[in-house]
Design a protein around this ligand. Sequence first.
Ligand SMILES: Cc1cc2nc3c(=O)[nH]c(=O)nc-3n(C[C@H](O)[C@H](O)[C@H](O)COP(=O)(O)OP(=O)(O)OC[C@H]3O[C@@H](n4cnc5c(N)ncnc54)[C@H](O)[C@@H]3O)c2cc1C
Length: 467
Amino acid sequence: MEREKIREALQKIVGRENVLWKQVDLALYEYDAGLGRGKPDFVAFAHDADQVAQIVRLLHQEGISYVARGSGTNLTGGTVPLDGGIVIELSRMNRILEIDLENERAVVEPGVYNLTLQNALAEKGYYYAPDPASQKVCTLGGNLGENAGGPHCLKYGVTSNHVLGAEVVLPNGEKTWVGGKSLDPPGPDLMGLLVGSEGTLGIATKILVRIMRAPERVVTMLAIFKSVEAAGQTVSDIISEGIIPATLEIMDNLVIRAVEESVHAGYPMDAEAVLIVELDGLTDGMDEQAQRILEICRKNGVVSSRRAKDADERAELWAGRRGAFGAVARLRPSYLVCDGTVPRTKLPEVLAAVKEIGKKYNLPIGNVFHAGDGNLHPLILFDDRDPEELARVHKAGREILKVCADLGGTISGEHGIGTEKLAEMSLVFRDSDIEMMQGIKSAIDPKGVCNPGKVIPQPGAALSEIA
Ligand SMILES: Cc1cc2nc3c(=O)[nH]c(=O)nc-3n(C[C@H](O)[C@H](O)[C@H](O)COP(=O)(O)OP(=O)(O)OC[C@H]3O[C@@H](n4cnc5c(N)ncnc54)[C@H](O)[C@@H]3O)c2cc1C
């Protein structure tokens, strides 16, 4: 079908005003929060599942590729169209359809922001555990696509532990339900396959999530350390003691300074590392746990510590952490967020390696990480107008992920693979594993039109690229 005819067909499905086709409009959909770029042919705003199904059916018939997009905040290029095609924009499918407190379930459309759901639940004394730092703007559809995590995922698990079912538009345009309200539906775990597949196996048009009663009490503490290693050791010691806080987050000096300059969260500018610890649960025994954590901090040479006195102080401490990625943008024009995971006990080793990699490539690297789950986010700062510097950034990013893999970890904790870590898949998967993934993809999407070129490398390509 020629270009004009496709535009008309899309306009017929979603309405004239809901299709973008001018170059200036399309330019806004060329990128997400990763580094890659690629312009779509059209952007279509869908308002319900039937419209998504009709669009997908049309594109399947015509063999035209498409990509589902929530807010486009993913950090690995998952929503960037690689070879033209259509962006199916889901942000207008933003209704909370059901909150079932008795059964602790909620059903939402994919364009609902994570924080919108949290706020609606908070009014009723409930919450949804996965809380990406981007929660003000990222959608639950995007969270499903990326298997998003967040500071509170240490204790409660990531998105895959909280999404129980979804209505999905398959790549042939058929609508179906996967999973359901019960915790353990029979048969293969198709929901598990879908979560984290970055929109390559279908588009979720309704999402069924597990919700939880808000904790009786929350205690938030901030501890300042002389070194990132001491903060990391404290994290290991807290968990070895059998205490699992809701959150154990670390930031290093480069990030602390950027955060203070932009958010004024009250972190000392000269601190080498800050550790945020949040306990939640029953009031009984919480003060004793907090006391024990302070003793562990002291044993590791804590410089100072404080405990949030009220909700405002707690929000202030969190504003710093949640604003960290945005704040470093003050330091250089661009940054690459690496996302690797190592066994917790290997944190000091991987951080030392990151420092060396920064020196080797002459690049400033800040660290902010979900330390409790060994998930680190080295932020490599650079200027993307300098191609030579950009090449060094890619090399440094790859080396960091290789260190993670070599230490028994993996190449993504929560940000997915997208286009940016395709080559690194070979660090953790064999060719035969990748062939199996490719087989699943071809069985569900035989024409290869559903967000092609993401997550799964072509067999063989990965090993040669990384060598
Ligand atoms: C400042 C900042 C902080 C961040 N902090 C965190 C963090 O703490 N934890 C974390 O995990 N991530 C974090 N992220 C990354 C990002 O916010 C998450 O990956 C988020 O889940 C993306 O949501 P989105 O709505 O922007 O999705 P998009 O970027 O629009 O899409 C993400 C992927 O999901 C697919 N997709 C979108 N909607 C659907 C759907 N309905 N069905 C199937 N597939 C779909 C897309 O095709 C794409 O591959 C952060 C990003 C930024 C910029």
